[in-house]
Write a protein that binds this ligand. Structure first.
Ligand SMILES: *[C@@H]1O[C@H](CO)[C@@H](O)[C@H](O)[C@H]1NC(C)=O
Ligand SMILES: *[C@@H]1O[C@H](CO)[C@@H](O)[C@H](O)[C@H]1NC(C)=O
Length: 946
């Protein structure tokens, strides 16, 4: 009764048995679930035009037309199959607002929340949307569309924090936010409970059905909870690659007892992969990792083992000391029914690339088996705006039906706060200001406002408010209260005079009556109550008037003093900044060069104002009349020299005395004297005598990175860790140029020959000859894009539009050179002559080894190479907006270094192409292993974990 692989023999008896079981199942499972489960499913077809029942699943879909009025329904051109829910999508404006769906939940019940996205158009301009998805105030995912016909699925497992959740879209960096479907699935009781659910949601990263018969995923009704179990045959980039040889697919039609904690569907457990040569291994990229995760493996014996056969195996990687001894021993149930075994890690740290492998123990006769895995990332829950504030705002929204601002939904503060409120930066956020001047509010001021004790300003003027001022005694932080130009009446409550923070009170043009509370008149307050004919001012009127006059005089005086102060400051400032601008030859030098503390601020460092000429004669002596040429800079030769104090220097001569050349010289001098960072080559001084423009730099002993990569002898110094560190150093230097200086600076000529290595092989970026400030007038663009062939950003080349991402592209090429040891342009790469196309096609195939410098293969961890390759490929994306920032590159290099250093004692030399190479180990920074042992009942021999 066993189906071997996909095309194994299916005998009649099998068929009958399968049929009967299926029928049995539908009677047993489907009917009760239709009644109970489906009722608790919410399936929204965003952009859909009608409600309907899906013929395949029996699920009821509702159109979102009755749920939201925002955005518009867009017909999808490139449909994915005929599924009705993907005929249209709802698209929202690309503005700085957020757009939300509110879903009812039962507090503390667990749910799957799933949003899917099918863009469905081939975009000629190639700019697909990229935007953020939030669950309440918690960032859920960045939706990045790279293919118009792919359905992107984002899934979160939550314990509902209240009686509703908001799913919000916002913050598009390209295109407009959109959504195709939104689904809410209630889970059963303790499913997916974790110790961390008060503070973390679980974002599903991978849920894989191994040994699946087709590449279709399995979901409802096979899975009564409608989880999506992706087939291991489904092809995605860098997903489930590196499969060990001898891996075979098996399946059964027999029932499996899945009464474990997570109730995976029987159909998923009925298929598996087995390592017939004793090993199972896979590698996959985990989106948004490194992170802490919850990870499950599902094992169920589905082969009929003979009495002398055993199946015992253990996990070899990821390497967890606790787990390395644990042997999974799946024994067939004596009754002939199969039992599921479901070990899990409650909290394990995974890197971006996960390699895992199971190997059989020496005394086992069968190889390892795997039915499914599930990996979810812990996502910290961001606090929502405090509930009393939300209630106050909702009460205000109820007072002006039909206005646009009352449609604001989701959390008032995060992400993207509502336009008419200001939030504190605290956790949870509080509302500090409400601005509803002239917004057509009618009715009485809602009493809910009295609990908004974070308020400092309340603007309700110019509406049609009626009734009296409610009790605001709690608003102890309130400083400014605007109620003028309404139809408020009644007397002024006495407590107003005692609000501790109140500084300004405006109530003019209302119908207030009675006597003004004396406290309001005697305290220091800007108080305007004109246009309230029935309001009487008692005996203290004069005092009050006096106060107003005095405060006005005082305010005027302060204003005058401030204006004077500003003028003075401005004058000083002008004088200061005009100094270096006109005097290019006056180059400043840091008096004591001690820049390498690493704690540089975000501002560009201005050097100490010590002017320094290095005399031509001094330079001639130092270089013994320019005897030793050590290279070519962007505008002339470079010579070696040794100053009198023994300091070794590199001396750059400006050969080009044309205006253009002089301008470049001036630019470089101005830039270099402005900035200082340990990953930028420091300028020591300059000289402009006898029509020579000369720059003196610190000498970098190990020359350029280019010389090292492409020289067979020098290359030996470049082991993998050194390469990553060089990349990190250079990336830090560029990051500083982009963000540390104000305005930011774009290098424009990033390449391996502009990355210099000091005596310790630490890298510094050099040659700012072409640099320009990020905000320089771009209407004056020179007609030719500047830069070096092979490194030149194609987007910049085509559009002439320069940005930091131009440097990022070039840096991507540097990274590819570091990985491959190859030149950026060469005929070896086939028709395109270009390293980018070559690298991209290898990476798509998951073949990192063919891309690596042969010198590295066998001595490094593939995961760390992957980490670098991954970011390199992002850097050379066609569109600048899709490329990472330098800061992300720095982080990626630090990750790669951690991975590479990780478990050094375990790193074995691996030979290319062997299965070992595919299963190299992964660093586990922290780990906590939890093995859930199933109950030992009479009918089953329990799998053991020892
Ligand atoms: C997981 O373990 C780490 C390290 O022990 C800890 O910092 C973290 O809070 C734990 N839980 C989650 C959900 O990350
Ligand atoms: C207020 O209401 C009037 C009439 O109903 C309308 O013309 C006006 O546009 C509204 N103003 C705002 C700000 O909503």
């Amino acid at each position: 009764m066993l189906l071997h692989g996909e095309d194994g023999p299916l005998r009649l008896i099998d068929f009958i048995s399968q049929y009967c079981q299926t029928v049995f199942f539908w009677v047993l499972l489907f009917i009760p679930f239709v009644v109970c489960q489906v009722a608790e499913f919410i399936s929204i077809d965003c952009g859909g035009i009608s409600n309907y029942t899906d013929q395949n699943t029996g699920l009821a879909w509702i159109s979102d037309a009755g749920i939201t009025t925002q955005g518009k329904a867009i017909e999808v051109e490139n449909r994915n199959g005929d599924l009705q829910q993907y005929q249209r999508r709802r698209e929202f404006p690309a503005d700085d607002k957020k757009y939300c769906y509110n879903l009812p939940t039962e507090e503390r019940r667990r749910y799957i929340v799933r949003a899917t996205f099918l863009y469905g158009s081939t975009d000629n301009l190639g700019t697909y949307p990229k935007f953020e998805l939030y669950l309440d105030a918690t960032k859920w995912a960045t939706v990045t569309v790279v293919d118009g016909s792919t359905i992107y699925v984002k899934e979160m497992i939550i314990r509902a924090p209240s009686d509703a959740i908001d799913v919000c879209l916002c913050c598009a960096t390209t295109g407009a936010p959109f959504i195709s479907t939104l689904e809410l699935r209630q889970l059963n009781l303790s499913m997916y409970a974790t110790d961390f659910e008060d503070t973390f949601y679980l974002k599903v990263t991978a849920r894989v059905n191994f040994g699946a018969p087709t590449d279709d995923s399995i979901r409802y009704p096979d899975d009564p909870y409608d989880r999506i179990w992706e087939s291991d045959l489904f092809k995605r980039q860098n997903y489930l690659v590196g499969v060990a040889s001898g891996t075979e697919r098996i399946s059964t039609s027999k029932d499996i007892d899945v009464n474990t904690r997570e109730y995976p569907p029987v159909k998923v457990m009925q298929t598996a992969v087995v390592g017939t040569k004793g090993r199972l291994s896979y590698r996959l990229n985990l989106e948004d990792f490194p992170a802490n995760a919850r990870a499950y493996a599902y094992f169920a014996e589905i082969e009929n083992l003979r009495s002398n056969e055993t199946r015992k195996f253990k996990m070899e990687s990821p390497y967890v000391p606790d787990y390395s001894n644990a042997v999974v021993n799946i024994v067939e149930n004596a009754n002939g029914s199969y039992k599921l075994y479901e070990p899990s890690y409650m909290n394990v740290t995974f890197d971006f690339v996960l390699s895992f492998s199971f190997v059989k123990t020496p005394d086992s006769s069968k190889g390892p088996l795997l039915n499914a895995i599930e990996i979810s990332k812990y996502v910290p829950i961001a606090s929502k705006t405090s509930i009393q504030d939300v209630n106050g705002l909702k009460a205000l929204q109820a007072m002006s039906p039909g206005s646009l601002w009352v449609e604001d939904a989701g959390d008032p503060c995060n992400p993207a706060h509502w336009e008419w409120v200001i939030c504190s930066g605290t956790s949870p956020p509080r509302i500090t200001k409400i601005s509803l001047s002239g917004k057509n509010l009618t009715g009485i001021i809602p009493s809910e406002l009295q609990n908004m004790d974070g308020l400092t300003e309340l603007w309700l003027d110019g509406n049609s408010l009626t009734g009296t001022i409610p009790d605001f005694t709690n608003l102890i932080n309130l400083q400014i209260l605007h109620l003028e130009n309404n139809r408020l009446s009644g007397s002024l409550p006495p407590y107003l005079g005692n609000l501790p923070s109140l500084q300004q009170l405006y109530i003019q043009n209302n119908y207030f009556s009675g006597e003004i509370p004396p406290a309001l008149l005697s305290r220091k307050l800007i108080f305007n109550f004109e246009g309230n004919p029935k309001l009487t001012q008692g005996t203290q009127q004069r005092a009050h008037l006096k106060l107003i006059v005095w405060s006005s005089v005082a305010a005027l005086a302060v204003l005058i003093v401030m204006i004077f102060g500003c003028l003075l400051l401005l004058r000083n400032f002008r004088r200061k900044i005009s100094l270096p601008k006109s005097n290019v030859e006056v180059v400043s030098l840091r008096a004591n060069s001690n820049p390498s503390t690493g704690s540089l601020g975000r501002e560009g460092h201005f050097m100490d104002e010590v002017t320094c000429h290095i005399k031509l004669s001094e330079i001639e002596t130092a270089t013994t009349n320019f005897a030793k040429n050590i290279g070519e800079g962007s505008f002339g030769p470079v010579y070696y020299g040794k100053m009198r104090d023994g300091k070794e220097v590199a001396v750059k001569i400006m050969a080009d005395t044309s205006r253009q050349g002089k301008k470049q010289f001036a630019t470089e001098v101005a830039l270099l004297s402005r900035i200082h960072h340990r990953n930028l080559v420091p300028l020591i001084g300059n000289c402009e005598e006898a029509n020579h423009g000369i720059l003196v730099y610190e000498y970098m002993h190990n020359g350029t990175l280019r010389d090292h990569i492409h020289d067979p002898i020098k290359k030996k110094k470049l082991d993998w860790l050194t390469r990553i560190r060089i990349a990190e150093d250079a990336a830090k230097g560029l990051e500083y140029l982009h963000t540390g200086c104000s305005p930011g600076i774009i290098h424009r000529d990033v390449k391996t020959s502009n990355i210099l290595l000091d005596v310790n092989m630490r890298a510094k970026v050099s040659d700012f000859g072409l640099s320009r400030k990020a905000d320089e007038d771009l209407s004056n663009i020179s007609s030719v894009a500047r830069g070096t062939a092979g490194y030149l950003d194609p987007e910049y080349f085509a559009s002439q539009h320069l940005s930091e991402k131009t440097d990022v592209y070039s840096f991507g090429i540097v990274l590819l050179e570091l990985i491959s040891g190859r030149k950026p342009v060469s005929e070896d790469y086939g028709a395109e002559w270009n390293i980018v196309h070559w690298a991209r096609s290898l990476i798509r195939k998951g073949d990192i080894v063919s891309m690596m410098d042969p010198l590295l293969v066998g001595s490094v961890k593939l995961e760390s190479v992957w980490r670098v390759a991954e970011i390199a490929i992002q850097c050379v994306e066609l569109h600048g907006a899709s490329r990472p920032k330098m800061q992300e590159i720095v982080l990626a290099m630090q990750d790669a270094m951690k991975i590479e250093k990780g478990t050094d004692q375990d790193s074995q030399n691996i030979s290319p192409g062997s299965t070992k190479a595919q299963s190299s180990r992964i660093t586990l920074l922290t780990s906590f292993l939890e093995i859930e042992s199933p109950d030992v009942s009479n009918h089953s021999i329990a799998p053991s974990a020892r």
